[in-house]
Design a protein around this ligand. Structure first.
Ligand code: EPU
Length: 302
């Protein structure tokens, strides 16, 4: 979608929002799949109520992009614009055991930064790609840890009230790969309370998790992490593997040979290829196990 109205363009400039025309979302997602649209880069949170009002009153549909690491974007010219926060400097400020983190901060860098100041707890998440905002929205987790356990406060743009609000940790529910945030809420910043641990001890934990991840996941390939959530008490990857489906492909979309719940873009996969593969695998698992797999990957289809 292209914003062409000169009045909107002038107002965006006044709000200090950078307009990047025809951005390729394929280059902004870890799957390397996705078409093009205008990208609005937001430099200060406070403009959001006005910006969203501007877009809504002019019938410009929009979506919020975090780090693009759990996302499958449709092909071709996309029918909505994309909003993304510009990462401020610094993006993490420490105060005792509290880390105040901007949603645009890189999750892994934030964990490493805190570790160097002897604050731990999130070692298992070190290899999870994406932004802190994206991790927060879906309650990213790995190796028995989840970001929600450390959240004390969240600043967000609330679509329902059209305001920037601050929620305390107890007002948010964090479940397995799910939170109580509304789909169109936009994460802006979070305060985490992290346990004190020596850097050496944290490093040991990080090394163990990295080793486990390297040995079981296709880290060097383009993917969105696990495609499906695990059904209660079971593993989607194990079921897909048991059905002998590793390596199954539609075009360049392929079930990883290393971990069957990772679907990789082995070349120039389209969103259509990937969606066909996802539907096919879901159907096969349903037929054999009677289990309906739920997407973990977020799909923005045109
Ligand atoms: N398994 C297979 N074949 C496979 C993959 C897994 O037999 O191809 C078996 C494993 O041997 C193991 C079981 O399935 O017995 C579970 O596998 P794994 O330990 O790899 O964990 P997972 O349930 O597949 C989950 C998360 C990962 C997270 C790891 C480690 C989900 C959907 N996935 O994977 O998170 O990194 O545990 O904690 O919850 C993600 O969410 O994107 C993600 C990668």
């Amino acid at each position: 979608m292209h914003i062409r109205d000169p009045k909107i363009i002038a107002r965006l400039a006044e709000l200090n929002v950078e307009l990047r025309r025809g951005a390729s979302l394929g280059g902004m997602t870890s799957l390397g799949i996705g078409g093009t649209t205008d990208l609005l880069r937001i430099k200060n949170h406070e403009c959001l109520p006005e910006l969203l009002n501007l877009l809504d009153t002019n019938d410009v549909p929009h979506k919020f992009l975090g780090g693009g690491s759990n996302l499958l974007v449709g092909d071709g010219e996309l029918p909505w614009v994309v909003l993304q926060l510009v990462r401020p400097e610094p993006d993490v400020v420490l105060d005792g055991n509290f880390a105040h983190v901007d949603a645009a901060a890189d999750l892994g860098r934030m964990i490493t930064f805190c570790a160097k100041k002897d604050l731990g707890g999130m070692e298992g998440l070190i290899g999870v790609p994406g932004t802190v905002g994206g991790a927060l929205r879906m309650n990213a987790g790995a190796y028995g840890m989840q970001i929600g356990s450390y959240v004390r406060e969240v600043k967000l743009y609330r679509a329902a009230s059209r305001k920037i609000e601050v929620l305390r940790g107890h007002q948010i529910s964090f479940e397995y790969r799910h939170t109580s945030f509304a789909p169109d809420d936009m994460m802006l910043a979070v305060t985490l309370e992290l346990p004190s641990k020596s850097y050496q001890e944290i490093l040991k934990g990080i090394r163990i998790c990295n080793e486990k991840r390297r040995s079981s996941q296709p880290l060097g390939q383009k993917s969105a992490g696990c495609i499906f959530k695990n059904p209660p008490g079971s593993s989607a990857g194990r079921m897909i593997d048991e059905l002998g489906l590793k390596g199954l492909s539609v075009g360049d979309a392929r079930v990883s040979d290393r971990h069957a719940n990772f679907f990789v873009n082995a070349g120039k996969a389209s969103a259509k290829d990937m969606l066909t593969l996802i539907a096919d695998i879901r159907e096969r698992v349903q037929k054999s196990y009677g289990v309906s797999l739920e997407n973990e990957v977020v799909v923005w289809n045109a």
